[in-house]
Design a protein around this ligand. Sequence first.
Ligand code: 6PG
Length: 245
Amino acid sequence: MTAPNLNISVDGPAVARAFADHLVQRLNEKKEGPFFWALSGGSTPKLLFKILAEDYKEKIDWQRLHFFWGDERCVPHNDPESNYGEVKALLFDHVPVVQSQIHAVDTTKPPEEAAKAYGELMAQLMPHTADGLPILDLNMLGMGGDGHTASIFPANMNELLTDPRICAVATHPDSGQKRVTMTGPVLNASNEVAFLITGNGKTQRTAQILNKEHSAEKFPVAHIKPTSGKLVWFLDSAAADEVEY
Ligand code: 6PG
């Protein structure tokens, strides 16, 4: 079932396959050269990484991909909380990618230094906009129950949605965990932003945002609108249950 920029699938596995097929299509559209893909963290994309490793090994030109993270927890890469560690275990260890394609946040540095270094790395590796923002081909994002994305939480969204830097340090509102996050201008400079949102825990928030309810303004996700790129939503029927389309 699709409507403009909505891609709704029956369940989580179907959402993962729809996104994987979209990735193949985008790689084909960008006929040659590197493809810069920022991954989201958390639990939702785990199924995607598994399905890519199991069923898309032969369908994707893996060496064209360059992997980044929209946000990363400031923990060691072998920590169970590490977004990089999650993708390494579920995907990188199972497909033909090499370390030079994988651009993880250097979490051995203190958070502010890690954020600065990551922004410099992104600027060095990618084409950029006229005002110097790196341009990702595909920025895959999730949404937390509080409407956050990457590590732009409601409490600090005004700063991070307008921060002129490429990356900044954020603090998880509950755990106090320090994170490195891409800032709002970088997310909105992407050629395409794709939200992957599944489960009935996200139904209400997804509806508020996609139905453009006034209350949505206080959620960071509602402010992710690519300046010249595309915005697409990959939802399962549970998350999309109250979306009017
Ligand atoms: C992170 C993510 C974060 C995530 C949402 C949704 O590092 O946690 O990047 O923005 O996408 O919190 O997380 P779930 O998929 O676990 O619901």
